[in-house]
Design a protein around this ligand. Structure first.
Ligand code: ATP
Length: 139
């Protein structure tokens, strides 16, 4: 089967370097999908879950901010933050979700509300990433 190289890096570390069959990622304008031989492409990343297919299995990776670049049959994800589903601490994400929900109830400033919304989105995406990985049998 045709493959493309997926590399995910953050400022701290290389998260992943694998030959995969498909990559779906959360672009800032919505989800996009990349198959082998895709034309060159660049997108900013939002907060959400990237997934890739490899040997009949789907793997999930939480990403938050950064850029995705596609060229020469390689997808490079330069993320501000990224965690494989196996690395996600579910309890920590649940606590972050509770905190964001509590703060949302009392937020007065617009900027505060936006910060809470982003924190809530990160927490919910991490929880979903972990449970999708478990359902797929890859976490
Ligand atoms: P928290 O309030 O729990 O710190 P956060 O969304 O504010 O969550 P980030 O700013 O996105 O955290 O990430 C800070 C660092 O903590 C990153 O290195 C990230 O990988 C790590 N991190 C945050 N939450 C989790 C989690 N639930 N499981 C594993 N690593 C996490």
């Amino acid at each position: 089967m045709a493959t493309l190289k997926l590399e995910i890096v953050t400022p701290d570390r290389k998260v992943l370097s694998e030959d995969v069959e498909y990559v779906g990622a959360p672009g800032i304008m919505g989800e996009f999908g990349i198959l082998p031989s895709h034309v060159p492409f660049l997108s900013a990343l939002g907060i959400g879950n990237l997934h890739y297919n490899q040997n009949g299995k789907t793997h999930y990776v939480f990403v938050s901010g950064g850029f995705a670049e596609v060229s020469n049959n390689q997808v490079t994800i330069l993320a501000e933050v990224a965690e494989m589903a196996t690395e996600i601490d579910h309890d920590r994400a649940s606590k972050a979700k509770e905190r964001a929900e509590q703060r949302a109830a009392t937020a007065k400033e617009k900027i505060e509300a936006a910060r809470n919304q982003a924190a809530l989105k990160r927490a919910v995406s991490r929880i979903n990433c972990k449970s999708s990985g478990k359902t797929a049998g890859t976490c």
